[in-house]
Design a protein around this ligand. Sequence first.
Ligand code: BGC
Ligand code: BGC
Length: 603
Amino acid sequence: MNSKSKLLGLLWLPLLAGCISAPHDAADTDRRVATLLAQMTLDEKIGQMVQVDLLALKDKADIQKYFLGSMLSGGSSDPADNRPQTWLQAVNEYQSWALKTRLKIPLIYGVDAVHGHNNVLGAVVFPHHIGMGATHNPALVEQAEHVTAMEVAGTGIRWAFAPCIAVAQDERWGRTYESFGDSTELVSELGAASVRGLQGKNLADSTSVLACAKHFIGDGGTQGGVDQGNDVCDAATIRKLYLPPYKAAVEAGVGSIMVSYNSWNGKKMHGNKYLLTEVLKGELGFKGFLVSDWAAIDQLAPDYKTDVENSINAGLDMIMIPNGPGQPNNYVDFIQDLKQLVAQKRVPMARIDDAVRRILRVKFQMGSFEQPYTDPSLTAQIGSAEHRAVARDCVRQSLVLLKNNNLAVPLAKNLKHLVVVGAAADDLGIQCGGWTIGWQGETGKVTPGGTTILTAIKNTVAPGTTVTFSPDGSDVKGADAVVVVVGELPYAEMKGDRQDLSLPATDIALVEKAKSAGVPVITLLLSGRPLILGNALDSSDAFIAAWLPGTEGQGVADVLFGDYKPTGKLPRQWLRDNAGAATQAVQPSASAPLFPSGYSLNN
Ligand code: BGC
Ligand code: BGC
């Protein structure tokens, strides 16, 4: 090609990309990908494979300079004041830098919208997956994810790092609540429903966002429930316990999959070519792209360049690159290393082309070339009453009634005096759990909007009923009934692993104090996993597992006062003691559960 026709060819490209309108058929998309790929330099290709965290980006102009294909916000990487409008402006500005590049390939921005658009102030926060698992209701999961997709798109973002489709086997693992449950079938069914809810009927719809099934594979099967730990099992176990949810997600059309930090028999997943390339892309026919987890390739060792070589050759298509303290490798190193690796033929050009083809295909399917910016009318709907109503329904359906002596539940709305005990009853942050505004979550009024359980109770009782709040349980005299709210404080990955799963003695003491009133005691547990209940169960007349319900505490009151009949069932077994933290599937010597998976009183 002489330089003039080359120039003409280049001028045509954006036009070509822009003039074919969505939806496209697969062959059409593949043709567009091939045309674009043929025009790309190695630098442009490598840029597509890079995903930089918002806090790691040194200069916005780097998006243009290095042809960056993707950015993300990690658990605590929020723009300035963390309001929806600010997110929209920030993401749009990053996009505008990508559109300044020669080929105008749009940026894809990702975020951990794992129970609603949970990073963003004022967004509706849904129950964590463990609660959604308790609903056993795929249509509801799909509906919830559709709402999440709209809220995500309302901030300019088109990609959620969800659903987590771990089949958590050992609840000492701090991410147990990110798993729908301990059964492969339940996780497969609800995982596929999530993908459908996020991606909608057509990825190009303005209310669809790209889903990302994670973390491939065996994240919920590590020995002792250690986060980022090691799965010790044979291939048949991996295939039977953990692979079916991925098969279901691929069949539901999931466009991206995140690889897991964990190892399998001592080998890190990020370097596992057999599972990433042969099984996932080959056998399961996954056509989307694989993204690495946060700085996860850095763990492959012995040096960063070899990490890059091993992960890309294993089948990773896009690398998530933060640059926090203690993480010396930044996106510029990655780009230089990968370029050298290609020049040295340590990474084949065919592998680069395959990775970029996969990423571009998804971007075309999303209609991003035609519509690089999201529909701004979606921003105002973030945290709307309609969205909150869906989350409230999820909360109602997630509650599991484990004990109900003398039909203590439902409570009458017209009792004279109801006492609510436990600081958690009036704490939005505790009911939301980890991955809420901050990475690890936080206690207190974590986000605007939403209803604490105490407020929900006050909203629901008859006008003549007095509701008093005794956080420490010291004042229960004169009550006609006592509602006790106990549970875990917020935590997320790495910091949530526990060896002892007992409900703290102080929480048990709260239930005992409530019991001293000699009236019905209804205990609500807010937790990311079943806990060893001891006397708290015995001393309660009714006991409800409420998981981590999110912002819409009104759904709890709906069940408590009988406006909604409890329908939730345990999404995982309920341990009897610490020796029963694991399921029999991974630890046949574990003690028998107190309640089996699927249990509830309403069975
Ligand atoms: C987590 C992922 C998350 C990513 C980005 C990682 O540490 O394991 O689940 O998507 O961070 O925040
Ligand atoms: C980020 C998270 C990430 C974690 C892992 C945090 O600083 O906000 O998104 O998963 O680091 O190290």
